[in-house]
Write a protein that binds this ligand. Sequence first.
Ligand SMILES: *Cc1c(COP(=O)(O)O)cnc(C)c1O
Length: 364
Amino acid sequence: MKWKEALNEMNPYKPGRSIEEVKDLYSLKEVVKLASNENPYGCASSVMEFLTSSSMPFQIYPDGHATNLRSELSEKHGVDEGSILFGNGSDEIISIISRALLDNQTHTIMPAPTFPQYAHNAKIEGADFTEIPLSDGGHDLDAFLSAINERTSVIWICNPNNPTGNLIPSDELKRFLSKVPENILVVLDEAYFEYVTDPNNIDSIRLVDDYPNILVLRTFSKAYGLASFRLGYAVGSPTVVTELNKVRNPFNNNSLALAMASVALKDDEFIEECRRKNEIQRGRYKDFASENKIHIFDSQTNFVLMEVPCDADEATEFLLQKGYIVRSGNALGTPNYVRITIGTEEQNTGVFHALDLLLKEKGR
Ligand SMILES: *Cc1c(COP(=O)(O)O)cnc(C)c1O
């Protein structure tokens, strides 16, 4: 068959180990998954109540316009309804953007290491891409500007960045945006926006009026605790959103996900509580790292990227045997580090115990 040439060098997505798999493998009763930055507190109880009590006509196609959720989000963010694009997770929005703006005549820029889907989609579309190495775990925005050429059509900013968790200070971001040519789309992927506690951070949706070439990505998968429902959205200028909408599949969000997101959106208290608990637990990881003189990046998210006293795969395997699934930095482009999703107080205490054992074993 006449496959796209780019596919030759690519591999299908390889999912990490599941809780059940690890239980069987090591005969463990209890296994905690801290590998994909899911919400350890689940989702709002109001969402669970809705799920058990609602009856929906499942034979009917979903509302391809997401009318209710669109109107609720437009009110929440104070933007036009036409400024919002929905995706089957922000993953799908990343592929919609790539399909609409990238081909073998274009160029795109992203940090490295970062969320792998930007480069993955660029490869599929045959676009040329430049990866800008992180500086101290953050975006080197001057290097981004230097990498722009006349074929550049999309710039990917992951803020806070996955896997480091670093946040771009708002004034630095604005200075950067003012220097990017208006005909380049700047994607601000803010999957962890709800976890940011830096008081100087401004809501970048407020910047869309001044910089109509930005597109802000948000998701219900992380703080809202609805990862399995696959729902993300983008906010940008109506002109940008209209073009991207041409590429979107007509029924890309299912009815149940749309309805659940509407309920979740009304529960600000749940999000605030998760943000507060997460901040306290994030502090414990930072304390653990400094007490043990190991490096940790300055995270504003619900995960931390932390140094380990051995090869990252070995550390990941060690934690797995103790019942904790984390991500090895070897797979993320950060060897000697592991990325750990910040769990509940009890889960994190367990992680610290396991890490203490590892540090002792390695004579640290
Ligand atoms: C988790 C994550 C996403 C994916 O979110 P979905 O809405 O579940 O597709 C997007 N971007 C970043 C940086 C993430 O970490």
